[in-house]
Write a new protein. Structure first.
Length: 492
């Protein structure tokens, strides 16, 4: 019998081609599912979604999108705009400088400064009591032992900044958190008081409460914390209230007799006045006598005033790392206020500076930013706009390392709630989250990813509820979002 079929080699080639076609079909089917289809189901519960993920190579291929040009609240994803704008304006190694000035002689022979001592706030969002200590130490090293005048804290660059959100407005009289701290170019310790709570000497005794930075006179304390036997639960609540006599830290609850001491931070009612009190206490600890009082002003130090001591803050890239990693609202808003060149800046001015930065990004589109922190739902942008900003930073080789290093890896991030999802999401993504619950739910996430093939991409997801939508936990967002992003990563 004569066989008219294909030669054996040709049959082998056909089998190879068939297998390749099947593999391609399977791959294509998987790739077709690499979109935001899982995340999109949140729309069934009434949530508005703006999402976009795309590659950054020459193809700029869009891997998934849902209403990418719909403007929604980004919550703390706003901080990525603040980080990008300040990096472009100042550069990663910029340091904000805080100075002590006076009209008196820089090195008085008798150690007496016969003039006011001016503290000129430099707008350093990371200015802490450690830096203040160094500043006073340098004044002491300059030979100053007595000040025949007042201690004047100048916040001429900006401050006191008007409250623009409900949280910060309420915090002027009462606050149970640190993120609503007041804003000032002359602030210290992120605008918050800190008290240390340690167990008493025996069960039944009051806890021992001291100020973290100095004598108890810095802020009054109403201590209602009781020491309990070893291995008891430690439960402490704290709030700062403003009385006719100034700020009062009210602490309540219980602490185990064998518990480690713990610090409690609560926003002060006035940032510059807090600095004045802390500075006065440190002058006292260095045995520098002050004949006058301490006061706060929005005036600049006199032009003829000489710098007696100065201290530089940490490099901007380190400030941004802390701002984004810990989503520090105080630091973000102070950084944004530094973008305003005219004195006496308000948050609205900082917002306009950020809007101007975004307007300069080709193709960004609609944006409304009223603060640098995202503490308000009045901030609005789109997933597409956020990605345009992220792409702009990616292409700036001198800035991108500082920018991307400030984002979190899900596997190793300081925020434990993001440590979930598929392995490729955990290992191949760097992100910033945003969360608000009032007046409605906001869950946002944006950042970079690397695909299995080594290609860079950007993604942004903004999810907004309204007064009628149910509570939205992060698990309900991360479960579908991480799976969608993992598919995009694995199939490219």
């Amino acid at each position: 019998m004569i066989h008219r079929g294909l030669p054996r080699a040709a049959c082998g080639q056909r089998l190879v081609l068939f297998a390749a076609a099947v593999a391609l079909a399977l791959y294509s089917g998987t790739a077709a599912r690499a979109d935001f289809s899982r995340l999109g189901k949140l729309a069934d519960d009434g949530f508005a979604i703006s999402a976009e993920a795309r590659l950054l190579d020459g193809s700029r291929e869009t891997l998934g999108s849902i209403a990418p040009r719909q403007a929604l609240s980004p919550a703390s994803v706003t901080k990525t705009y603040t980080a990008a704008a300040t990096l472009e304006r100042f550069g990663p190694q910029h340091r904000f400088t805080t100075r002590l000035k006076s009209l008196a002689e820089a090195a008085p022979a008798d150690g007496v400064l016969n003039a006011d001592l001016w503290f000129e706030g430099g707008g350093d969002p990371g200015f802490t009591s450690e830096k203040l200590w160094r500043l006073v130490q340098r004044l002491h090293q300059a030979g100053v032992r007595r000040i025949n005048g007042d201690v004047v804290v100048s916040q001429w660059r900006f401050g006191p900044v008007e409250c623009a959100t409900t949280d910060r407005c309420e915090a002027r009289t009462r606050v149970d958190n640190a993120y609503s701290a007041p804003l000032s170019s002359a602030g210290v310790n992120f605008g918050s008081w800190c008290v240390n709570i340690a167990p008493g000497l025996a069960p039944g005794e009051p806890a021992r409460v001291t100020h973290c930075d100095g004598p108890p006179s810095l802020v009054s304390v109403d201590n209602q914390v009781v020491t309990r036997p070893d291995d008891s639960d430690t439960r402490i609540s704290a709030e700062r209230v403003t009385t006719d006599h100034g700020d009062l830290m009210r602490v309540d609850g219980q602490i185990s007799a064998n518990a480690w001491p713990r610090d409690e931070y609560r926003g002060a009612s006035n940032g510059a006045e807090q600095t004045a009190d802390t500075l006065t206490a440190m002058l006292e600890r260095f045995a520098i006598d002050v004949s006058g009082a301490s006061r706060v002003t929005t005036a600049k130090p006199p032009d003829a005033a000489q710098t007696l001591a100065a201290v530089e803050g940490k490099p901007l890239q380190e400030l941004i790392l802390r701002t984004l990693n810990y989503s520090n609202n105080y630091m973000a808003d102070v950084l944004a206020l530094n973008l305003v060149e005219t004195p006496g800046a308000e948050l609205a001015d900082a917002g306009r500076a950020l809007e101007s930065y975004a307007a300069g990004l080709p193709g960004h589109g609609e944006v409304t930013l009223e603060s640098g922190s995202g503490l308000t739902t009045d901030n609005r942008t789109t997933a597409h706009g956020v990605n345009v900003m992220l792409e702009s930073m990616y292409h700036q080789s001198s800035l991108f390392p500082s920018f991307v290093a400030a984002l979190q890896s899900p596997e190793n991030g300081v925020m434990r709630f993001i440590r979930r999802g598929p392995e490729s999401f955990q290992h191949n993504v760097m992100l910033k989250t945003g969360t608000l619950n009032e007046p409605y739910a906001v869950r946002a996430m944006a950042g970079y990813f690397r695909t299995a093939g080594g290609r860079w991409g950007v993604f942004s997801v903004l999810i907004n509820g309204d007064r009628s939508t149910p509570y939205l936990s992060w698990s309900k967002v991360l479960e579908p979002l991480s799976a969608d992003l993992a598919d995009m990563i694995d199939t490219h």
